[in-house]
Design a protein around this ligand. Structure first.
Ligand code: BGC
Length: 746
């Protein structure tokens, strides 16, 4: 194995692509089995446990470093995988250790959180989901994999597909919003993007769908907290994206930190059964960072040794960073608590993945300097980062001021004040988990605006920070506001105010930004607010007082260029939100696919389900987003009003662009099952189309509906349809639609 042919190492960029080919499935399967079994036969128990171990690389000012103890573990064959290490030069050193200094020379997996880009950063996943553009999303994953793989990585800890109905939870930034079906579509697109058709292609990498499961439903939105869910909710609302990822062939899956119904996900045999036995997942399962050890704090294991046993017995193959396997698993086997065949099974999954990645043919497959140089920050990546950012922006409001809408900003001699802490900022614009993204590659909004407007017309004032209570710069901001004809406020969260371990209880603008905004607004000038955040914020005051609002999220390396394109009308915004924006925090959890209850809201009846101080409806509903043009929906038709289980119903609607500019509209299909053996949501997203429509043009948009779209989890957890009446809704968002009824017969 040490004498592997280092073919691609010497091949130039283009040729390497040609050499990446997958063998026919059957042949490669039997070769793989033979190879892996033979290898397992030669491994000591310690070496096997080493393959089940994943330790982190460190970073110092001088660059990447491997802790000396870990280095020794690698050489001893006791640590077979490293994460957080990248760059070809550095990972080659590590791979050399594994290949040339260990007894068996088994190459390493190099893992990293390539969640929305490696160096070229794409929009945070929540933002990108608002594009509703699966091709674009798949392409982001494909390009992210290309860049990461070029930088020596072969395994990404993505996609994150945790459905969440709770914007207090900071990690909503990494997911795809509140809808399980849409998140499943996106999960599959990202898996295909990362992995391509062939894992041993040096421009793809193994994906790892996470966090299994229900991590997005912690009590009170507090990260890592208890998850207590009915089996019905778990299966209907939280598991579908994982199942879709498995169907798309995801290579690995990460268990979640949280417990689910009393059992930590890391040792949850029920979840593992669903994964392995119901869905037939044969890939590798990795714990989250010290997730195994944490079962002691959960009160589920008496010590780390027992936690390791519980995890491996449940089906966790790799221990991330906890050293529970490394330190105790040998003893557990010697004591007969864990059988060696259980260990072999786990090792087999790890080695299978290494085989599929092509690492046994060439451990240096992903370690090619010329490829790295050619791919990183290449034009194709940067161009795509811009396009993805443009499509992720959501226009929330654009009301006329003295007869004219503020957006897009027309060319002219207006004096513009850009005010706010995110107006001249680089790193925050990349968002949470921005991997190896370099802030120096980010243009600030101020710089991007200055490229379009002469300096004499643009004035910037920071006003305050995104955190803290320093108001000392308010004065300058107010001065800039007074002198301007138009004000653009760049407000929101910094990248640490969302993401992991960043739950918030109040979802307004953090720090003193709201105060700044109110004082600026008092100057009476027209204001456009840019909300740059990693989660839906509570924007009620802004919605009441400010005529134009763009939710720009954190859009990655090309954030500013994309925002300027939208501000100036070069790009007509088309994004639509994939999480409901609450009116206030008391509405949370707030989501569109609720159940009706026995007393649905009725304004004329006190004893119905409502608040007495706010409406039930969110500020902006799921699927909502405006455009610089206006669309009208008409002529909803269905091909029949009754279908049997083997028939298909076609529904169509006419969508007209009534404005002056072309645009892209996201047309959404929802279905309600009026009655079932378990109660059904008032609507569920079942399809969407994103279409470009020219001014004055009407487009007929068509959807097909089959029995499959009508299936749901019933009380015995079978997944099936039930005959009866259904309501079909098609419209621009979940709160605005045309509708018709149809029936499903036996
Ligand atoms: C996160 C994971 C991540 C891992 C490795 C954990 O804290 O929950 O999502 O993949 O760290 O960085």
């Amino acid at each position: 194995m040490k004498k592997t042919i280092l073919l691609t190492r010497y091949l130039p960029f283009a040729l390497a692509m040609l050499f990446a080919s997958c063998e026919p499935a059957d042949q490669s399967k039997s070769d793989k089995e033979k190879f892996v079994n033979e290898l397992i036969g030669r491994m000591t128990l310690e070496e096997k446990i080493g393959q089940m171990t994943l330790l982190t690389n460190g970073w110092e000012v001088t660059g990447p470093v491997l802790n000396e103890d870990y280095r020794q573990e690698v050489i001893a064959g006791r640590c077979g995988n490293i994460f957080n290490a990248h760059t070809v030069v550095y990972n080659r050193v590590l791979q050399n250790l594994a290949v040339n200094e260990t007894r068996l020379g088994i190459p390493m997996l190099f893992g990293y959180d390539v969640v929305h880009g490696h160096k070229t950063i794409f929009p945070i996943p929540l933002a990108e989901a608002c594009s509703w553009n699966l091709e674009l999303i798949e392409k982001s994953a494909r390009l992210a994999a290309r860049e990461a793989a070029a930088s020596g990585l072969n395994w990404t800890f993505a996609p994150m597909v945790d459905v969440s109905r709770d914007p207090r939870w900071g990690r909503v930034a990494e997911g795809n919003g509140e809808d399980a079906w849409l998140s499943g579509q996106i999960a599959a697109a990202r898996v295909s993007g990362f992995q391509g058709d062939c894992l041993s292609n040096p421009f793809t990498m193994a994906a790892c769908v996470k966090h299994y499961a229900a991590y997005g439903a912690p009590m009170a939105g507090r990260d890592y907290a208890t998850v207590d869910l009915s089996e019905l909710s778990l299966r209907s609302q939280y598991l579908p994206p994982f199942e879709q990822a498995v169907k798309a062939g995801v290579a690995s899956i990460m268990t979640a930190f949280n417990e689910v119904n009393g059992v930590p996900a890391t040792a949850n045999t029920h979840l593992m059964n669903i994964l392995r036995n119901e869905w037939g997942f044969e890939g590798m399962v990795v714990s989250d960072y010290t997730g195994i050890n944490e079962m002691v704090q959960h009160g589920y294991a008496k010590d780390v040794k027992q936690a390791g046993e519980q995890a491996v017995a449940a089906g966790v193959d790799v221990d991330m960073q906890g050293c529970a396997f490394l330190n105790y698993l040998k003893k557990s086997v010697q004591q007969g608590v864990i059988s060696e065949s259980t260990i072999n099974q786990a090792v087999r999954r790890v080695l299978n993945l290494k085989y599929d990645l092509g690492l046994f043919s060439d451990p240096y497959l992903y370690l090619n300097d010329s490829v790295e140089a050619a791919v990183i920050y290449s034009k194709e990546l940067l161009d795509h980062a811009l396009e993805a950012a443009r499509q992720s922006i959501v226009l929330l409001k654009n009301e006329p001021v003295k007869g004219d809408k503020l957006l897009p900003i027309l060319p002219g001699s207006k004096k513009i004040a850009l005010i706010g802490p995110l107006g001249d900022n680089r790193e925050d614009l990349m968002g949470s988990w921005h991997a190896a993204g370099d802030p120096a590659k980010v243009t600030t909004l101020k710089e991007a605006l200055m490229q379009r407007w002469p300096e004499s017309q643009l004035r910037f004032a920071r006003g305050c920070e995104t955190f803290g209570d320093d108001r000392s710069a308010f004065g300058k901001a107010l001065e800039a506001a007074r002198q301007a004809d138009l004000i653009i406020m760049a407000l929101g969260e910094n990248y640490k105010q969302n993401g992991e371990a960043a739950s918030r209880s109040q979802l307004g603008l953090p720090g003193v930004q709201q105060e700044l905004l109110e004082q600026v607004a008092a100057a009476g000038k027209p204001i456009i607010v840019l909300v740059m955040a990693g989660r839906p914020l509570v924007l009620s005051w802004i919605d009441q007082h400010i005529p134009a609002i763009l939710n720009t999220w954190h859009l990655g390396t090309k954030t500013s260029e994309a925002i300027v394109d939208v501000l100036t009308g070069k790009m007509n915004p088309s994004g639509k939100v994939v999480m409901s924006f609450p009116k206030n925090e008391g509405q949370i959890p707030v989501y569109y696919n609720t159940k009706n209850s026995g007393r649905p809201f009725d304004p004329n009846n006190k004893y119905t389900s409502k608040y007495i101080d706010i409406p039930n409806a969110p500020l902006y509903p799921f699927g909502f987003g405006l455009s610089y043009t206006e669309y009208s929906y008409s002529d909803l038709r269905i091909s029949r009003d009754t279908i049997s289980k083997d028939q298909i119903l076609t529904a169509s609607v006419l969508v007209e662009n009534r404005g002056e500019v072309p645009g892209e509209e996201i047309i959404q299909l929802y279905i309600r099952d009026i009655m079932g053996s378990v109660t059904r949501p008032i609507k569920e997203l079942k399809g969407f189309k994103k279409v470009r429509i020219e001014p004055g043009q009407s487009i007929k948009v068509q959807f097909t509906i089959s029995e499959d779209d009508l299936k749901f989890y019933r009380s015995d957890f079978s997944y099936d349809s039930e005959p009866g009446e259904f309501r079909l809704m098609i419209g621009p968002n979940s709160a605005n639609y045309l509708s018709k009824s149809f029936f499903l017969t036996n």
